[in-house]
Structures are given as structure tokens and as C-alpha cells.
Write a protein that binds this ligand. Structure first.
Ligand SMILES: Nc1nc2c(c(=O)[nH]1)N[C@H]1C(S)=C(S)[C@@H](COP(=O)(O)OP(=O)(O)OC[C@H]3O[C@@H](n4cnc5c(=O)[nH]c(N)nc54)[C@H](O)[C@@H]3O)O[C@H]1N2
Ligand SMILES: Nc1nc2c(c(=O)[nH]1)N[C@H]1C(S)=C(S)[C@@H](COP(=O)(O)OP(=O)(O)OC[C@H]3O[C@@H](n4cnc5c(=O)[nH]c(N)nc54)[C@H](O)[C@@H]3O)O[C@H]1N2
Ligand SMILES: [Mo]
Length: 752
């Protein structure tokens, strides 16, 4: 890309791309009408990301990628029985993810017939009976696993975990295991909460925002509006990212006609550090080192000693370790110069109210938990926790991934939660820890887990080690996918396989004569209602809560749980949630308020629910990262035209890629060292851990501004390369942002 011609995030490009998405989907509601009810009181929650809608100052906020998510759901295309009759599963398997997505909404419950290698329609009752019989026949409830993706509403999630636990298992893997699990572990241990401590209002007050390992221009576009406003107030924004992401550089709000015509974008980041992939722990240690040095130079002027004394433990050990860390190691491991780190630290120390945001660039690494704990260490040094304008902000992915956890979707439930659940429904929930995503794949591969039920998501494509995962899924007695759209997971069938189509969030959910509301929780712990406005894509769809209730009844015919009654009126589900989940008293009344209610955050009140009752400084050695000769650090990231495994299109406008997804971004020096040129076809070759190799074939090499030694390519095409055993310490999150690979000239055309 030529200097000066870098793309500007938002602007006219966003409007053009949005129009294209609507056209492609032949979306049922013309753009504006649908959008006007997205994220508005009385409307539905955007099925895109988990960035909050605006709390008290609710307003219409245009979002290109939110619109793509709505267009994808409201498409007029249909994958109906005639479609399935025209294709064998083998034929469908040969198609790519973009094509599968383009077939439109699922309309009927379908069952796999091995004789014809096809999906054929099945009645709902027979589908539920099949699930019930198979699950009961497993003998041991731990032979089943119940996966959840993060779009599932609170009501559906609550019923789903209840079903799994009444059936007798805590095998509740979820997408969070691959996403912000590392944040949850780090936050929990350091400050006694699994969630972010800030609200949207804090962004209005902060004078410095750190953005680490996050690409908001693509993945949380509405965040750019907040950053733009902050910039206009003079807030300093420090980006830490190996890539100079367009959304972090310059932005024009697509609603802002004047700026668009005059082309004067707001520059977002005031300082941009570009570490090596996996170099953040070093950079953060460097920042802490500078803060301690500044305090030594001006005692009592830099650290918030009152906060450190009253609220924290472990400071001395932490400070000792940081003082002993050498700049040589910090610069080598971080890939950022001491000078740049000092500059950033100077801004940090000058600022009174600092928020740190982060996403997958920090969470999907071997040292993810220590790295995030160093973000917290850095904040604690100056008391940037639990006061206005300051705090920790893990920016969540899926629109209700945080709410699902609040509702009990976790393989490691707290004892108190189980006590209340058992008490509310009159049963004894299982107490042992269940399987997370990685353990579920291993369990299936070992024949211990024999059935997988998936509430949304795309288990086969989103998880590591595609080959092994596919074998694991195929070995199951039963795979069940509750879905809106056709995806890869449907094509990787167990001995018996079901696709159960459900209502999307944009759709009217009539039960007992009224349009039911559901609720979601955003990344900042605001819970609010969502109700669909659009007629369902097919008359045969069921809502997720209704589906779960029916599965549960078919599996547990004698269950004392009032499944039918709860599925008929979601107010009754909410009444039960109020009984079981802290913070939800008076739930039904609270969601009548536009914008919903704030669940609160203990650390945000400076209450530390850690084992020691204090916020905790933590220490972590800075290990030397070594790669084998010729290997690069590959991070697997999202393009601007996808939602996780859902591919909307083949454009990555902000990175200058058009019409393809099999690209790998490389530093010119690394290209040259391999005798490669920009545009060459290459293979990506990783180790499989057992002495063999894994190959992702036929990518186009793109010369790019990325630190030497690093590479980037899109997920899920690269998931074949992610070893199942390569996980973050303690959170067990696959290390999707650090895959050692060799890059060499493509051997033969064809893909793997
Ligand atoms: N449109 C759209 N919106 C989405 C999604 C989507 O796919 N499409 N997905 C949703 C979900 S589930 C999630 S979790 C979020 C994901 O949101 P992000 O975390 O923003 O998504 P990624 O593309 O994985 O990008 C990670 C960023 O981290 C940087 N990075 C990678 N490795 C490192 C590293 O070692 N250090 C640092 N400092 N940076 C690094 C990459 O350059 C990239 O900018 O977005 C959510 N929103
Ligand atoms: N290599 C690599 N792998 C990764 C990541 C990475 O950065 N790199 N990121 C990880 C992350 S952060 C995440 S969160 C996971 C995502 O993993 P998942 O959540 O499992 O995957 P998605 O692609 O979001 O799921 C898309 C499918 O959900 C279904 N769906 C959409 N809307 C609805 C709905 O309203 N109800 C129901 N029941 N189904 C619906 C559709 O059928 C669609 O095909 O992937 C992880 N995998
Ligand atoms: Mo995610």
C-alpha cells in the first residue's frame, strides 16, 4: 500500500459495502427500516458484536458490520428440503464456507440418511424423540456434551444449562473457551470478577485508552464512534498491535456527511506500538518498569500508593521482579524499542483516568493469562480500577457471550450457583467439572463423549485441528446442531445427525398470543430486552427456548421442571433466573426500562472477591520464545467481511485485499529470505506435535507492514494448522494467535 493511501475506516466505503451486503442477501427488510429497530428500545439486539448499544444515551448508530449481520439473518434465500434433496452431503462438503452461508436460512428440521448421504425432513416430534432416546441410551450423562455459541439469549442459555445439568453433566463447552476464557481466568484471580469493570460512561471521562490486540474497526465498529468522540475531547489513545489496523488509524463516521465530503477523518491512535506477535507480556512489563522508574525519580508522585496499600497485595514481589527484568529481554521479546515504551509510559503516567481494552490478540496465546494480568498490574499501579473513567475492558465477541456465562453456561460452575439451581428446580446438579471445548474434542476422539448437541455456532470449523475434530465428530452416536444457516458442522455427521432450524433474533417469536422478548448482556454488563420485528423465515422454525424445553422433555420425561410452562411464556423463565442468578431480582420489571439495567461489577466498586480479599499484583517470568529455523509466528485473524466462520464476502477493504481469502500477510524481508515475491502462491506448514506436519495449501503471499518474523492469515481457513494441544496456560484456550509455521512455494495446486 502506498503511503498516504491507507484506507480510512468507516466513510463512504462503509456505505458502499453495506449496500452490497443488502443486495447480495436480497434482505427482506430494506436496510434502513430494519436498522432503525436494531439496538433501539422495543427492537432487537444486533446479532453482531457485544459492544454496548449506548446505555442511557441511546441513539441510532450506523454500523457496517452490524448491518451485514442483520442482512445475513434476514436474507430471503432459503436452504429448504428441495435444496437438500438436490445435494449429497459429500457434494456440499466440497463447497467452501462462503458458498454454504450463501444458501440462506434453514427452514425445516432435517435428519441425515447415510444410505443416500443426504439430509431429509423429519418431524419435530420425531427429532426430539431421537435425541431423547439416544441421550438416555448413553448410560452415563458425561458421554454427552452441550456446546453453546455466544448468540444464544439469556433465556435459552438458562434453560439449556438446566437441561444439561438435570440430565446429569457439566459438559458445557462454549465459544468462550476459545475466546475470552483467558480474560476470565486472569481477571478472576487478580481482581475477583470475570468481567470488565467499566461502563460506556467511563469512556466519556477517561483521558487515556489503551487498545491491545483488538481490531475494533472490523469487529466492534460501534466502538469507533466512542473512540472518535474521545479523540475529539483530547483523550490519548495508545494502540498495541503488530498490524497498523485502519480502524485504529483514521475514521470517518458514515453518518457524518461533512467529514466524508471534505475527507477529514479523525485520527484515532495517538501512539501506535507494533510488538511481535506474542510480545505483549514483554511490552507490558516494560511499561510497568517505566512507571516504577518514574516513581523512583519523583517519589509519591506517580504510583497511587493509597490504593496500593488499601486495596492490593503482592506489590513488593511484583515491583522487585519488574525492576530485575532487563531492557535487553524486554526489547528482544516484545519487539518494541525502549524509547517507544518509555513514550507510551509517559502518556500513561500523565493520564489521570485510564481504560485498557483488549481482545483476541491477547487472549489466544500460551501466556495469555499472565499477559492480561500484566494489563491489570499496570492499571493497579496508578489506581486505575474502580473509579470513573478508568478500568479494565475485555471487549467481548459474540453479542451475548457474556450473558451466557452469567446464565451458567460453563463447564466449571460455582458451587453456590449449583446450590441455587438445584433448590429452584428440585434436583441435585452434578458437581464435578465438565469438559471445555478442547477437552470435548479429546473426549470425542477417545470415545468417551458420544453425543454433541450444539446450540448455535460452528463447532467443526471454529475449533482447532480440523482433521482431528472432524474425526472426533464423526465418531459420535449423535450430533445435533441448532442453527439458522447451513455450515460446515452440519456436514461432519455423527452416526445420526440432526439440523434443527431456529428463529433468529430479528424474528417475531409468538407464544401464547404474544411476541416474546428475550434478553442479552453486553460487554459492559448491561442487560436489556430484545424482541424480533420480522416474520419468521419459515413457519417450521422453533425458538431456541422452545427447542431446549422440547429436547429436555423428550430426554427427561419425568422431569419436575415446568418445561412447557416456561417455554410458553418467557417471563416465567426470567422469574426462575431471578431466583437463581444474583443481580436479577425483579428481572421482568427491570427490562421494561429502555436500555435495561446494569448488573454492576464488584471490582468496579473496589470490592475484591479474590481468595485474599484484595486486588492482587501477580508476577510472571518473561520466557524466551524460540522458534525453529525459518519459522514465523502466524496469527489467525478476521477479515472485514466475515463473522467468525460465517463468510459474508471476499473483501478485506481495510487491508487492501479483494476477491479472495487464502492470503498470508508477510514482511518483505521474510519474503525475500525465502526467495518469494509478493503475489507468489505459498503453502503454510506447521508441526503436528507428533513429528508429522500440518499443511494449509495454496495461499497468496502479500507483502505487508507486519513485524519481521510474524505472519497473519484468516481463520477458519487456517484452523487445520492449530494444534489441539497448543493452549493457553490455565485457560485452555487454543493459541490461535501464535502458530509456528514455515512458508514455502506452493508445491501443487489444490487445497488442504
Ligand atoms: N464483523 C465481525 N465482528 C466480530 C467478529 C467477526 O468475526 N466479525 N467476531 C466477534 C468475536 S466472537 C470476537 S471474539 C471479536 C474478535 O475481535 P478481535 O479480537 O478484534 O478479532 P481478531 O481478528 O481475532 O483480531 C485480533 C487483533 O489482534 C491483533 N493481534 C494478533 N496477535 C497479536 C498479539 O500477539 N499482540 C497484539 N497486541 N495484537 C495481536 C491482530 O492484528 C488483530 O488486529 O469480534 C467480534 N465481532
Ligand atoms: N483460528 C482461529 N480460530 C478461532 C478464532 C480465531 O481467532 N482464530 N476465534 C475463536 C472465537 S473468538 C470464537 S468466539 C469462536 C466462534 O465459534 P462459534 O460461535 O462456534 O462460531 P460462529 O462462526 O460464530 O457460528 C456461526 C453459526 O452460528 C449459527 N447461528 C447464527 N445465528 C444463530 C442464532 O441466532 N441461533 C442459533 N442457534 N444459531 C445461530 C449459524 O448456523 C452460523 O453458521 O471461534 C474461535 N476460533
Ligand atoms: Mo469470540
Amino acid at each position: 500500500m502506498k503511503p498516504g493511501h491507507e484506507p480510512i475506516a468507516g466513510g463512504l466505503g462503509a456505505l458502499a459495502a453495506s449496500a452490497k451486503a443488502l443486495l447480495r442477501e436480497r434482505a427482506v427488510i430494506p436496510g434502513t427500516a430494519a436498522l432503525l429497530r436494531v439496538n433501539q428500545p422495543g427492537g432487537f439486539d444486533c446479532p453482531g458484536c457485544a459492544w454496548p448499544e449506548g446505555g442511557k444515551r441511546i441513539r441510532f448508530d450506523f454500523c457496517e458490520n452490524g448491518l451485514k449481520a442483520v442482512a445475513a439473518e434476514t436474507t430471503s434465500k432459503r436452504a429448504d428440503p428441495a435444496f437438500f434433496a438436490a445435494h449429497t452431503v459429500a457434494e456440499l462438503s466440497a463447497r467452501d464456507d462462503f458458498w454454504l452461508e450463501q444458501q440462506g436460512r434453514l427452514t425445516h428440521p432435517m435428519v441425515y440418511t447415510p444410505e443416500r448421504d443426504q439430509y431429509v425432513p423429519i418431524g419435530w416430534d420425531r427429532a426430539f424423540a431421537l435425541i431423547g432416546e439416544t441421550l438416555r441410551g448413553l448410560g452415563d450423562p458425561d458421554r454427552a456434551a452441550f456446546y453453546t455459541s455466544g448468540r444464544t439469549s439469556n433465556e435459552a442459555a438458562f434453560l439449556y444449562q438446566l437441561f444439561a445439568r438435570e440430565f446429569g453433566t457439566n459438559n458445557l463447552p462454549d465459544c468462550s473457551n476459545m475466546c475470552h476464557e483467558s480474560s476470565g481466568v486472569a481477571l478472576g484471580e487478580s481482581i475477583g470478577t470475570g468481567k470488565g469493570t467499566v461502563t460506556l460512561a467511563d469512556f466519556d471521562e477517561s483521558d487515556c485508552i489503551l487498545i491491545l490486540g483488538q481490531n475494533p474497526g472490523t469487529n466492534h465498529p460501534r466502538m469507533l464512534t466512542v473512540l472518535e468522540e474521545a479523540r475529539k475531547r483530547g483523550t490519548q489513545i495508545i494502540a498495541v498491535n503488530p498490524l497498523r489496523e485502519a480502524g485504529l488509524m483514521r475514521f470517518i463516521h458514515p453518518k457524518d456527511a461533512v467529514a466524508m465530503l471534505s475527507r477529514s477523518p479523525t485520527s484515532i491512535a495517538t501512539l501506535y506500538l507494533t510488538p511481535l506477535v506474542g510480545g505483549d507480556l514483554a511490552v507490558l512489563k516494560g511499561l510497568c518498569k517505566c512507571v516504577l522508574a518514574a516513581e523512583a525519580a519523583a517519589p509519591g508522585r506517580v504510583l497511587d500508593l493509597a490504593f496500593i496499600r488499601a486495596h492490593t497485595e503482592g506489590f513488593e514481589a511484583f515491583a522487585d521482579e519488574i525492576r530485575n527484568e532487563s531492557w535487553e529481554a524486554i526489547e528482544r521479546e516484545g519487539g518494541v524499542s525502549r524509547l517507544e515504551i518509555e513514550e507510551a509510559a509517559e502518556v500513561y503516567c500523565r493520564s489521570e483516568r485510564v481504560i485498557a481494552c483488549w481482545a483476541m490478540g491477547l487472549t489466544q496465546h500460551k501466556k495469555a493469562v499472565p499477559t492480561i494480568q500484566h494489563v491489570l498490574n499496570l492499571l493497579m499501579l496508578r489506581g486505575n480500577l474502580g473509579r470513573p473513567g478508568a478500568g479494565a475492558c475485555p471487549v467481548r465477541g459474540h453479542s451475548n457471550v457474556q450473558g451466557d456465562r452469567t446464565m451458567g453456561i460453563t463447564e466449571r460452575p460455582a458451587a453456590e450457583f449449583l446450590d441455587r439451581l438445584g433448590h429452584a428446580f428440585g434436583f441435585d446438579p452434578p458437581r464435578g467439572h465438565g469438559a471445555d471445548v478442547v477437552q470435548t474434542i479429546k473426549g470425542m476422539a477417545a470415545g468417551k463423549i458420544r453425543a454433541l448437541v450444539a446450540m448455535g455456532g460452528n463447532f467443526a470449523a471454529a475449533t482447532p485441528d480440523r482433521d482431528l475434530t472432524e474425526r472426533a465428530l464423526r465418531s459420535c452416536e449423535l450430533t445435533v446442531h441448532v442453527s439458522t444457516k447451513l455450515n460446515r458442522s452440519h456436514l461432519v455427521t455423527g452416526r445420526q445427525a440432526l439440523i434443527l432450524p431456529c428463529l433468529g433474533r430479528s424474528e417475531i417469536d409468538m407464544r401464547g398470543g404474544s411476541n416474546q422478548r428475550v434478553t442479552v448482556e453486553d460487554s459492559m454488563s448491561m442487560v436489556h430486552a430484545s424482541s424480533g420485528r420480522k416474520p419468521p423465515a419459515s413457519p417450521h422454525l422453533l425458538s431456541e427456548p422452545a427447542l431446549v424445553a422440547a429436547m429436555a422433555r423428550a430426554t427427561l420425561p419425568d422431569s419436575p421442571v415446568p418445561w412447557e410452562s416456561m417455554a410458553a411464556d418467557y417471563d416465567r423463565i426470567r422469574d426462575k433466573i431471578a431466583e437463581v442468578v444474583p443481580g436479577f431480582a425483579d428481572f421482568n420489571r427491570k427490562i421494561d426500562v429502555p436500555g435495561g439495567f446494569y448488573l454492576g461489577n464488584s471490582a468496579g466498586r473496589r470490592e475484591w472477591k479474590t481468595s485474599g480479599g484484595m486486588a492482587r499484583f501477580t508476577t510472571h517470568a518473561l520466557d524466551r520464545i524460540t522458534l525453529r529455523d525459518g519459522e514465523l509466528r502466524l496469527m489467525t485473524i478476521r477479515s472485514h467481511d466475515q463473522y467468525n466462520t460465517t463468510i459474508y464476502g471476499l473483501e478485506d477493504r481495510y487491508r487492501g485485499v479483494s476477491g479472495e481469502r487464502r492470503v498470508v500477510f508477510l514482511n518483505a524481508r521474510d519474503l525475500e529470505a525465502r526467495g518469494l515475491a509478493d503475489g507468489d502462491r505459498v503453502d503454510l506448514i506447521g508441526e503436528d506435535g507428533g513429528g508429522g506436519i500440518r499443511v494449509a495449501k495454496d495461499f497468496r503471499a502479500v507483502a505487508y507492514e507486519i513485524p519481521a518474523g510474524c505472519a497473519a492469515a484468516y481463520f477458519p481457513e487456517t484452523n487445520v494448522l492449530v494444534p489441539l494441544d497448543s493452549v493457553a496456560e490455565r485457560s485452555n484456550t487454543p493459541t490461535s494467535k501464535f502458530i509456528p509455521v514455515r512458508v514455502s512455494k506452493a508445491t501443487a495446486p489444490g487445497r488442504a
